[in-house]
Design a protein around this ligand. Structure first.
Ligand SMILES: *Cc1c(COP(=O)(O)O)cnc(C)c1O
Length: 416
């Protein structure tokens, strides 16, 4: 008798997947197939082609065996059934907006939504007669009060990528489900590892429906800081058709060498996510105890806005380490009230290992300063002790070296 095999964790199943190399060649890496033209065996095969469900190949823009494998892997990672690739995370976001919103529709946005998504909706879609309004992601009742008959889509993001509030994700989804409003989650932070976005449940254990998940593959899946790509995942066949039609019309293609780079990153995503989480929490605790720091904004820290929601959604993560839940390796802190913007600039420039730059999930740690002034309505504003925040994206350096780097930069800058 053999023991029943447990369902493998993502760290395992992302490596042991059903890719079939060519007969007689048992290489483990997925081959790179590039094409614009793909030949059909007959005119009948042309007529039978199925661009939506990937039962056949039609033209390079609609995928090759290489991109089909990546799409299948990403759908697996996020617990979806279908996936489409886009040339950047932002292109994946705009694809969702362009596929789901029409003149006269309203879209509701969390106050801390990824900035370029807000800008696209307000500027570009505003020109096409789509209206938008904001809601507080920490308050499901606020969202419920804002839904109108014209509300078609609600964007969700967990956690906010600068101020790091973790939303009441289950509460927000429950409101949208009850009101029949479509939901799209920017899942770049969770990456399919901190929680399973399509398998969330409500307070009574009822399954919660998520229509679409968007992922900036630029971050964790690539892991190299050298690729731009995005994905859109869904469980729903009709939603796939809607997305795929717009995807075709927009001509969104990705290069197969970039697809190969992401395929190369995926087998290590779970351990990288864990390592960066562990290092980020070490540094977050270090900063929380430093006199130059007014507050650390990391959803796993008890006084961070949305901490209880993080605990509820990510506390039992499949990718957990040591029973402490899972979080991305990115957080912000509010410096001491005596710090001016000149102090902040000096701090960022005094760091030796942290580079000044955007993005995250790569090997090198990064720092960036943001001014939340003018976003007075931001969620959890009453919990955040200051308007200026410094965001740290933790790479794969040794965390003790990163901690020493933060310590020396703080010592240089903090007015004693
Ligand atoms: C980086 C990022 C994006 C956009 O990804 P790009 O590939 O840089 O266009 C979207 N959402 C979030 C939360 C991100 O961090």
């Amino acid at each position: 008798m053999t023991a029943p095999r447990p369902t493998p964790q993502l760290a395992t199943s992302l490596i042991h997947h059903p890719y079939q190399p060519p007969a007689g060649f048992a290489g483990t890496a997925v081959a790179v197939h590039k094409a614009s033209t793909i030949l059909f065996p007959s005119m009948d095969a042309v007529r039978q082609r199925d661009w939506a469900f990937k039962t056949s190949y039609t033209y390079g823009l609609h995928g090759t065996p290489t991109s089909f494998v990546l799409e299948e892997r990403l759908a697996h990672l996020e617990g979806a059934r279908h996936c489409l690739l886009a040339p950047s995370g932002l292109a994946a976001v705009t694809l969702v907006n362009l596929a789901l919103l029409h003149p006269g529709d309203e879209v509701l946005l969390p106050l801390n939504l990824y900035g370029p998504n807000q800008e696209f909706i307000a500027d570009c879609l505003g020109d096409f007669g789509v209206t938008h309004a904001f809601y507080d992601p920490l308050d499901a009742a606020d969202l419920a009060a804002r839904i109108q008959p014209s509300t078609r889509l609600v964007w969700l993001e967990a956690a906010g990528s600068i101020s790091m509030e973790f939303p009441d994700l289950a509460g927000l989804l429950a409101v949208c489900n009850a009101r029949g409003v479509l939901t799209a989650l920017d899942n770049t932070w969770g990456a399919g590892l901190a929680f399973a976005p399509f398998d969330l449940t409500g307070p009574d254990g009822q399954p919660l429906r998520l229509d679409v998940s968007v992922h900036a593959l630029t971050k964790y899946p690539s892991g190299g800081g050298d690729v731009l790509m995005g994905s859109v995942c869904t469980r729903d066949d009709d939603m796939l058709k809607t997305l795929k039609r717009r995807h075709m019309q927009l001509g969104l293609g990705v290069g197969m060498n970039d697809v190969e780079a992401v395929l190369r990153g995926l087998p290590s995503i779970a351990v990288r996510y864990q390592a960066q989480d562990r290092a980020a929490r070490q540094l977050a605790h270090f900063l929380a105890g430093h006199e130059a720091v007014a507050q650390v904004l990391h959803p796993a820290l008890p006084d961070a806005p949305g901490h209880a929601y993080w605990q509820q959604i990510c506390g039992q993560a499949a990718n957990d380490w040591g029973g402490q839940g899972a979080a991305a390796g990115i957080f912000s802190f509010v410096p001491h009230a005596a710090w001016t913007s000149a102090h902040i600039d000096r701090f960022c420039e005094a760091l030796q290992l942290f580079g000044i730059g955007y993005s995250w999930g790569g090997p090198q740690s990064l720092v960036m300063a943001y001014d939340l002034q003018g976003r007075a309505q931001r969620p959890g504003a009453q919990h955040v002790r200051g308007a200026r925040v410094i965001r740290l994206c933790i790479g794969l350096e040794h965390p003790d070296d990163l901690q020493a780097d933060l310590a020396q930069a703080l010592a240089q800058v903090h007015p004693h």
